[in-house]
Design a protein around this ligand. Structure first.
Ligand code: GLV
Ligand code: MN
Ligand code: MN
Length: 406
Protein backbone atom coordinates (compact mmCIF):
# COMPACT_ATOMS: atom_id res chain seq x y z
CA UNK A 1 0.00 0.00 0.00
CA UNK A 2 1.39 3.44 -0.95
CA UNK A 3 1.46 6.24 1.60
CA UNK A 4 -1.35 7.96 -0.28
CA UNK A 5 -3.49 4.80 -0.16
CA UNK A 6 -2.76 4.41 3.55
CA UNK A 7 -3.82 8.02 4.23
CA UNK A 8 -7.01 7.45 2.22
CA UNK A 9 -7.81 4.27 4.15
CA UNK A 10 -7.23 5.91 7.53
CA UNK A 11 -9.62 8.67 6.41
CA UNK A 12 -12.44 6.10 6.28
CA UNK A 13 -12.36 5.84 10.10
CA UNK A 14 -14.74 8.75 10.44
CA UNK A 15 -17.58 9.59 12.85
CA UNK A 16 -19.13 12.31 10.69
CA UNK A 17 -18.70 11.57 6.97
CA UNK A 18 -21.87 13.51 6.14
CA UNK A 19 -20.13 16.77 7.13
CA UNK A 20 -17.62 16.28 4.32
CA UNK A 21 -14.49 16.11 6.48
CA UNK A 22 -13.13 13.75 9.09
CA UNK A 23 -14.10 13.59 12.74
CA UNK A 24 -12.09 11.08 14.73
CA UNK A 25 -11.71 12.24 18.29
CA UNK A 26 -9.47 10.60 20.83
CA UNK A 27 -10.76 7.69 22.96
CA UNK A 28 -13.83 7.07 20.75
CA UNK A 29 -14.52 3.59 19.32
CA UNK A 30 -13.71 4.95 15.83
CA UNK A 31 -10.36 6.22 17.08
CA UNK A 32 -9.65 2.86 18.70
CA UNK A 33 -10.36 1.03 15.45
CA UNK A 34 -8.13 3.48 13.54
CA UNK A 35 -5.31 2.96 16.04
CA UNK A 36 -5.58 -0.83 15.68
CA UNK A 37 -5.27 -0.37 11.92
CA UNK A 38 -2.17 1.82 12.36
CA UNK A 39 -0.64 -0.80 14.69
CA UNK A 40 -1.13 -3.39 11.92
CA UNK A 41 0.74 -1.10 9.50
CA UNK A 42 3.58 -0.85 12.04
CA UNK A 43 3.76 -4.63 12.34
CA UNK A 44 3.73 -4.95 8.54
CA UNK A 45 6.74 -2.62 8.41
CA UNK A 46 8.57 -4.90 10.83
CA UNK A 47 8.01 -2.91 14.02
CA UNK A 48 6.79 -4.20 17.36
CA UNK A 49 3.65 -2.22 18.23
CA UNK A 50 2.67 -1.54 21.83
CA UNK A 51 0.04 0.76 23.35
CA UNK A 52 1.00 2.39 26.64
CA UNK A 53 -1.56 2.54 29.50
CA UNK A 54 -2.92 5.93 28.39
CA UNK A 55 -3.32 5.12 24.70
CA UNK A 56 -0.08 6.29 23.07
CA UNK A 57 0.86 3.80 20.33
CA UNK A 58 4.56 3.01 19.80
CA UNK A 59 6.16 0.85 17.11
CA UNK A 60 9.77 -0.09 17.67
CA UNK A 61 12.53 -0.89 15.21
CA UNK A 62 15.25 -2.23 17.50
CA UNK A 63 18.74 -0.86 16.87
CA UNK A 64 22.04 -2.71 16.99
CA UNK A 65 22.78 -0.98 20.30
CA UNK A 66 19.52 -1.31 22.26
CA UNK A 67 20.98 0.53 25.26
CA UNK A 68 21.72 3.71 23.24
CA UNK A 69 19.13 6.50 23.58
CA UNK A 70 16.59 5.95 20.81
CA UNK A 71 15.24 8.19 18.09
CA UNK A 72 11.52 8.94 18.27
CA UNK A 73 9.35 10.07 15.38
CA UNK A 74 5.61 10.49 15.08
CA UNK A 75 2.57 12.68 15.44
CA UNK A 76 -1.14 11.94 15.98
CA UNK A 77 -4.06 10.22 14.24
CA UNK A 78 -6.93 11.88 16.07
CA UNK A 79 -8.64 14.83 14.36
CA UNK A 80 -10.46 17.98 15.35
CA UNK A 81 -14.08 18.38 14.17
CA UNK A 82 -14.75 18.07 10.41
CA UNK A 83 -11.04 18.06 9.67
CA UNK A 84 -8.73 17.01 6.85
CA UNK A 85 -6.95 13.71 6.33
CA UNK A 86 -3.29 14.79 6.60
CA UNK A 87 -2.98 16.70 9.90
CA UNK A 88 -1.04 14.40 12.23
CA UNK A 89 -1.68 11.37 10.03
CA UNK A 90 1.26 12.21 7.76
CA UNK A 91 3.63 12.23 10.73
CA UNK A 92 2.58 8.70 11.73
CA UNK A 93 1.98 6.93 8.41
CA UNK A 94 4.87 8.87 6.85
CA UNK A 95 7.16 7.72 9.67
CA UNK A 96 6.12 4.10 9.12
CA UNK A 97 6.87 4.60 5.42
CA UNK A 98 10.27 6.16 6.23
CA UNK A 99 11.16 3.16 8.42
CA UNK A 100 10.04 0.73 5.70
CA UNK A 101 12.19 2.59 3.16
CA UNK A 102 15.27 2.64 5.39
CA UNK A 103 14.86 -1.06 6.08
CA UNK A 104 14.41 -1.87 2.38
CA UNK A 105 17.58 0.11 1.63
CA UNK A 106 19.48 -2.16 4.00
CA UNK A 107 20.08 0.44 6.70
CA UNK A 108 20.84 -1.02 10.12
CA UNK A 109 20.22 1.57 12.83
CA UNK A 110 22.59 1.69 15.77
CA UNK A 111 19.93 3.38 17.90
CA UNK A 112 16.43 1.98 18.04
CA UNK A 113 13.91 4.00 16.10
CA UNK A 114 10.42 4.25 17.50
CA UNK A 115 7.33 5.56 15.69
CA UNK A 116 4.68 7.06 17.95
CA UNK A 117 1.03 8.01 17.51
CA UNK A 118 0.38 10.30 20.48
CA UNK A 119 -3.08 10.12 22.00
CA UNK A 120 -5.26 13.20 21.65
CA UNK A 121 -3.23 15.98 20.07
CA UNK A 122 -6.48 17.75 19.18
CA UNK A 123 -8.25 19.51 22.03
CA UNK A 124 -11.32 17.32 22.66
CA UNK A 125 -10.84 18.14 26.35
CA UNK A 126 -9.96 21.82 25.88
CA UNK A 127 -6.27 21.07 26.26
CA UNK A 128 -4.56 19.43 23.31
CA UNK A 129 -1.63 16.99 23.31
CA UNK A 130 -2.91 14.99 26.29
CA UNK A 131 -1.01 11.81 25.34
CA UNK A 132 2.36 13.53 24.98
CA UNK A 133 1.70 15.56 28.15
CA UNK A 134 1.07 12.34 30.06
CA UNK A 135 4.23 10.78 28.63
CA UNK A 136 6.36 13.63 29.98
CA UNK A 137 4.51 13.87 33.29
CA UNK A 138 2.67 17.11 32.61
CA UNK A 139 -0.83 15.93 33.53
CA UNK A 140 -1.78 14.76 37.02
CA UNK A 141 -4.48 12.26 37.96
CA UNK A 142 -6.52 15.25 39.22
CA UNK A 143 -6.20 16.90 35.78
CA UNK A 144 -7.75 13.78 34.20
CA UNK A 145 -10.84 14.30 36.39
CA UNK A 146 -10.90 18.08 35.87
CA UNK A 147 -10.53 18.35 32.08
CA UNK A 148 -13.75 17.48 30.26
CA UNK A 149 -15.12 17.62 26.72
CA UNK A 150 -18.11 19.62 25.48
CA UNK A 151 -20.47 16.98 26.89
CA UNK A 152 -18.82 16.97 30.30
CA UNK A 153 -16.99 13.64 29.78
CA UNK A 154 -13.68 13.79 31.64
CA UNK A 155 -10.38 12.51 30.25
CA UNK A 156 -10.37 9.83 32.95
CA UNK A 157 -13.86 8.62 32.01
CA UNK A 158 -13.12 8.67 28.28
CA UNK A 159 -9.85 6.79 28.81
CA UNK A 160 -11.48 4.14 30.94
CA UNK A 161 -14.31 3.70 28.42
CA UNK A 162 -11.66 3.15 25.73
CA UNK A 163 -10.00 0.42 27.81
CA UNK A 164 -7.06 2.50 29.05
CA UNK A 165 -6.09 3.13 32.65
CA UNK A 166 -6.20 6.68 34.06
CA UNK A 167 -4.56 5.37 37.22
CA UNK A 168 -1.48 4.17 35.35
CA UNK A 169 0.08 7.57 34.64
CA UNK A 170 3.40 6.52 36.16
CA UNK A 171 3.65 3.53 33.81
CA UNK A 172 3.10 5.81 30.80
CA UNK A 173 6.09 8.02 31.67
CA UNK A 174 8.79 8.21 29.05
CA UNK A 175 12.26 8.73 30.51
CA UNK A 176 13.73 11.64 28.48
CA UNK A 177 17.26 10.33 28.97
CA UNK A 178 16.31 7.29 26.86
CA UNK A 179 15.57 9.53 23.86
CA UNK A 180 18.27 10.98 21.63
CA UNK A 181 15.78 13.20 19.77
CA UNK A 182 12.23 13.36 18.46
CA UNK A 183 11.43 14.40 14.89
CA UNK A 184 7.85 15.16 13.81
CA UNK A 185 6.84 15.30 10.15
CA UNK A 186 3.70 17.39 9.59
CA UNK A 187 1.84 19.39 6.98
CA UNK A 188 2.54 23.11 7.33
CA UNK A 189 -1.15 24.06 7.81
CA UNK A 190 -0.34 27.52 6.47
CA UNK A 191 0.63 29.03 3.12
CA UNK A 192 4.25 30.09 3.67
CA UNK A 193 5.91 27.23 1.74
CA UNK A 194 3.39 27.40 -1.09
CA UNK A 195 3.77 31.18 -1.34
CA UNK A 196 7.55 30.93 -1.58
CA UNK A 197 7.58 27.81 -3.76
CA UNK A 198 9.71 25.84 -1.31
CA UNK A 199 9.44 22.08 -0.82
CA UNK A 200 10.34 21.61 2.83
CA UNK A 201 9.95 23.68 5.99
CA UNK A 202 12.56 23.12 8.67
CA UNK A 203 10.95 24.27 11.90
CA UNK A 204 13.11 26.29 14.27
CA UNK A 205 10.48 27.17 16.90
CA UNK A 206 6.89 26.28 17.76
CA UNK A 207 4.45 29.01 18.85
CA UNK A 208 2.23 28.15 21.80
CA UNK A 209 -1.35 28.86 22.79
CA UNK A 210 -2.68 30.64 25.84
CA UNK A 211 -6.29 29.48 26.00
CA UNK A 212 -8.96 30.59 28.45
CA UNK A 213 -12.72 30.71 28.92
CA UNK A 214 -14.56 33.98 29.51
CA UNK A 215 -18.10 33.74 30.84
CA UNK A 216 -20.42 36.72 30.63
CA UNK A 217 -23.61 36.63 32.70
CA UNK A 218 -26.53 38.99 32.19
CA UNK A 219 -30.26 38.56 32.67
CA UNK A 220 -32.22 35.98 30.65
CA UNK A 221 -35.71 37.33 30.03
CA UNK A 222 -38.61 37.27 27.60
CA UNK A 223 -37.53 38.31 24.10
CA UNK A 224 -40.89 39.89 23.33
CA UNK A 225 -41.76 41.54 26.58
CA UNK A 226 -38.38 43.01 27.57
CA UNK A 227 -37.77 46.49 26.04
CA UNK A 228 -34.32 47.10 24.56
CA UNK A 229 -33.39 49.59 27.24
CA UNK A 230 -34.09 47.11 30.05
CA UNK A 231 -31.89 44.24 28.87
CA UNK A 232 -28.65 42.78 30.06
CA UNK A 233 -27.91 40.65 26.98
CA UNK A 234 -24.80 38.50 27.48
CA UNK A 235 -24.48 37.68 23.76
CA UNK A 236 -24.36 41.30 22.63
CA UNK A 237 -21.57 41.83 25.18
CA UNK A 238 -19.81 38.75 23.80
CA UNK A 239 -20.18 40.04 20.23
CA UNK A 240 -18.47 43.28 21.23
CA UNK A 241 -15.74 41.32 22.96
CA UNK A 242 -15.08 39.06 19.95
CA UNK A 243 -14.53 42.13 17.78
CA UNK A 244 -12.23 43.62 20.40
CA UNK A 245 -10.19 40.38 20.55
CA UNK A 246 -9.64 40.61 16.80
CA UNK A 247 -8.54 44.24 17.14
CA UNK A 248 -6.19 43.57 20.06
CA UNK A 249 -4.51 40.56 18.41
CA UNK A 250 -4.06 42.53 15.18
CA UNK A 251 -2.48 45.44 17.09
CA UNK A 252 -0.12 43.23 19.13
CA UNK A 253 3.42 44.58 19.62
CA UNK A 254 5.08 41.55 17.91
CA UNK A 255 2.85 41.66 14.87
CA UNK A 256 2.73 37.85 15.02
CA UNK A 257 0.03 37.31 17.64
CA UNK A 258 -3.11 35.51 16.46
CA UNK A 259 -6.40 35.45 18.37
CA UNK A 260 -9.45 33.26 17.79
CA UNK A 261 -12.79 32.69 19.48
CA UNK A 262 -13.67 29.24 18.15
CA UNK A 263 -16.32 28.34 20.71
CA UNK A 264 -19.33 30.36 21.81
CA UNK A 265 -21.92 28.76 24.10
CA UNK A 266 -25.14 30.76 24.37
CA UNK A 267 -27.57 29.96 27.18
CA UNK A 268 -30.39 29.23 27.35
CA UNK A 269 -30.16 29.24 23.54
CA UNK A 270 -33.83 29.80 22.73
CA UNK A 271 -35.03 32.19 20.04
CA UNK A 272 -37.48 33.83 22.43
CA UNK A 273 -35.14 34.38 25.37
CA UNK A 274 -32.63 37.22 25.80
CA UNK A 275 -29.28 35.37 26.19
CA UNK A 276 -28.46 35.22 29.89
CA UNK A 277 -25.06 33.61 29.73
CA UNK A 278 -22.33 33.21 27.12
CA UNK A 279 -19.10 31.27 27.32
CA UNK A 280 -16.32 32.22 24.91
CA UNK A 281 -13.28 30.00 24.44
CA UNK A 282 -10.36 32.18 23.45
CA UNK A 283 -7.12 30.99 21.80
CA UNK A 284 -4.19 33.44 21.70
CA UNK A 285 -0.85 32.37 20.20
CA UNK A 286 2.57 33.76 19.54
CA UNK A 287 6.18 32.64 19.67
CA UNK A 288 6.80 35.99 21.45
CA UNK A 289 5.61 35.40 25.02
CA UNK A 290 5.65 39.07 26.08
CA UNK A 291 3.34 40.04 23.21
CA UNK A 292 1.04 37.12 23.92
CA UNK A 293 0.83 38.14 27.59
CA UNK A 294 0.18 41.76 26.61
CA UNK A 295 -2.72 40.75 24.34
CA UNK A 296 -4.23 38.34 26.91
CA UNK A 297 -4.12 41.02 29.63
CA UNK A 298 -5.72 43.55 27.29
CA UNK A 299 -8.51 41.08 26.42
CA UNK A 300 -9.30 40.43 30.07
CA UNK A 301 -9.35 44.19 30.73
CA UNK A 302 -11.65 44.69 27.73
CA UNK A 303 -14.01 41.98 29.00
CA UNK A 304 -14.35 43.82 32.30
CA UNK A 305 -14.89 47.18 30.59
CA UNK A 306 -17.56 45.82 28.24
CA UNK A 307 -19.23 43.87 31.04
CA UNK A 308 -19.21 46.92 33.33
CA UNK A 309 -20.86 49.08 30.69
CA UNK A 310 -23.55 46.47 30.00
CA UNK A 311 -24.25 45.36 33.57
CA UNK A 312 -22.83 41.87 33.00
CA UNK A 313 -20.82 39.73 35.40
CA UNK A 314 -17.58 38.32 34.05
CA UNK A 315 -15.40 35.36 35.05
CA UNK A 316 -12.19 34.18 33.41
CA UNK A 317 -11.04 30.55 33.78
CA UNK A 318 -7.74 29.13 32.50
CA UNK A 319 -7.65 26.31 29.92
CA UNK A 320 -3.99 26.05 29.00
CA UNK A 321 -0.93 28.28 28.93
CA UNK A 322 1.87 26.65 26.96
CA UNK A 323 5.38 27.90 26.37
CA UNK A 324 6.81 28.26 22.86
CA UNK A 325 9.86 26.08 22.33
CA UNK A 326 12.94 26.27 20.14
CA UNK A 327 13.79 23.21 18.08
CA UNK A 328 17.18 21.71 18.87
CA UNK A 329 19.95 23.16 16.66
CA UNK A 330 21.41 19.69 16.01
CA UNK A 331 18.08 18.30 14.81
CA UNK A 332 17.53 21.40 12.66
CA UNK A 333 21.03 21.02 11.14
CA UNK A 334 20.45 17.30 10.54
CA UNK A 335 17.19 17.97 8.71
CA UNK A 336 18.82 20.71 6.62
CA UNK A 337 21.59 18.26 5.69
CA UNK A 338 18.96 15.73 4.60
CA UNK A 339 17.29 18.39 2.40
CA UNK A 340 20.62 19.30 0.82
CA UNK A 341 21.46 15.66 0.13
CA UNK A 342 18.09 15.19 -1.59
CA UNK A 343 18.38 18.45 -3.55
CA UNK A 344 15.18 19.81 -2.04
CA UNK A 345 14.58 23.50 -1.42
CA UNK A 346 13.85 24.39 2.17
CA UNK A 347 13.02 27.28 4.46
CA UNK A 348 13.67 27.69 8.18
CA UNK A 349 10.37 28.69 9.73
CA UNK A 350 8.28 28.99 12.88
CA UNK A 351 5.27 26.72 13.41
CA UNK A 352 2.15 28.73 14.17
CA UNK A 353 0.24 25.55 15.01
CA UNK A 354 1.14 23.60 18.11
CA UNK A 355 2.28 20.00 17.98
CA UNK A 356 3.19 17.18 20.34
CA UNK A 357 6.82 18.12 19.61
CA UNK A 358 6.16 21.36 21.52
CA UNK A 359 5.23 19.38 24.64
CA UNK A 360 8.04 16.83 24.56
CA UNK A 361 10.48 19.52 23.39
CA UNK A 362 10.59 20.84 26.96
CA UNK A 363 12.19 17.55 27.98
CA UNK A 364 14.29 16.35 25.05
CA UNK A 365 15.75 17.61 21.74
CA UNK A 366 13.08 17.95 19.05
CA UNK A 367 12.76 19.04 15.45
CA UNK A 368 9.98 19.25 12.87
CA UNK A 369 9.72 18.85 9.11
CA UNK A 370 6.93 20.61 7.20
CA UNK A 371 5.52 19.94 3.73
CA UNK A 372 3.29 22.46 1.92
CA UNK A 373 -0.46 22.69 2.47
CA UNK A 374 -2.48 23.60 -0.63
CA UNK A 375 -3.95 27.10 -0.21
CA UNK A 376 -2.64 27.01 3.36
CA UNK A 377 -5.80 25.11 4.34
CA UNK A 378 -5.97 22.92 7.45
CA UNK A 379 -8.54 21.92 10.07
CA UNK A 380 -10.75 21.81 6.97
CA UNK A 381 -12.09 18.98 4.78
CA UNK A 382 -10.16 20.34 1.74
CA UNK A 383 -6.76 20.05 3.44
CA UNK A 384 -4.42 18.68 0.73
CA UNK A 385 -0.78 17.93 0.06
CA UNK A 386 0.16 16.28 -3.25
CA UNK A 387 1.70 12.77 -3.24
CA UNK A 388 5.10 14.02 -4.49
CA UNK A 389 5.17 16.62 -1.69
CA UNK A 390 4.32 13.93 0.87
CA UNK A 391 7.07 11.72 -0.56
CA UNK A 392 9.59 14.57 -0.28
CA UNK A 393 8.70 14.97 3.40
CA UNK A 394 9.09 11.24 4.01
CA UNK A 395 12.47 11.25 2.24
CA UNK A 396 13.68 14.12 4.44
CA UNK A 397 12.39 12.32 7.53
CA UNK A 398 14.18 9.12 6.47
CA UNK A 399 17.41 11.06 5.89
CA UNK A 400 17.07 12.74 9.29
CA UNK A 401 16.35 9.44 11.09
CA UNK A 402 19.25 7.73 9.33
CA UNK A 403 21.67 10.39 10.57
CA UNK A 404 20.25 10.58 14.10
CA UNK A 405 20.12 6.79 14.54
CA UNK A 406 23.59 6.09 13.17
C1 GLV B 1 -3.22 21.94 16.61
O1 GLV B 1 -4.08 21.24 16.10
C2 GLV B 1 -3.39 23.33 16.79
O2 GLV B 1 -4.53 23.77 17.04
O3 GLV B 1 -2.40 24.07 16.62
MN1 MN C 1 -4.65 19.87 14.16
MN1 MN D 1 -1.49 18.09 13.96
Amino acid sequence: MTLDEAIATLATFNDDPAAGGITREIYTPTYGAALDWVAERMAEAGMEPRVDPVGNLFGRWPGADPAAPQVLTGSHVDTTLNAGRYDGVLGVLGAIDAVARLRAAGFVPRRSIEVVAWAGEEPRFGTGCVGSRMAVGELTRADLDRLADRDGVTIAAAMAAAGHDPDALAAARLDPTTVRALVELHIEQGAVLETHGEQIGVVTAIAAPHDFRITLRGAPNHAGATPMGLRRDALVGAAELVTEIERLATASPSGTTVGTVGVLRVRPGAINVVPGEVELEVDIRDSDLASRRHVVDAIVAAAHTIAGRRGLAVTVAPIVEDVPIACHPEVVATTLAACTELGLTSRAMISGAYHDAMIVGRHMPVGMIFVPSRDGLSHHPDEYTAPDQLAAGVAVLAGTLRRLAA
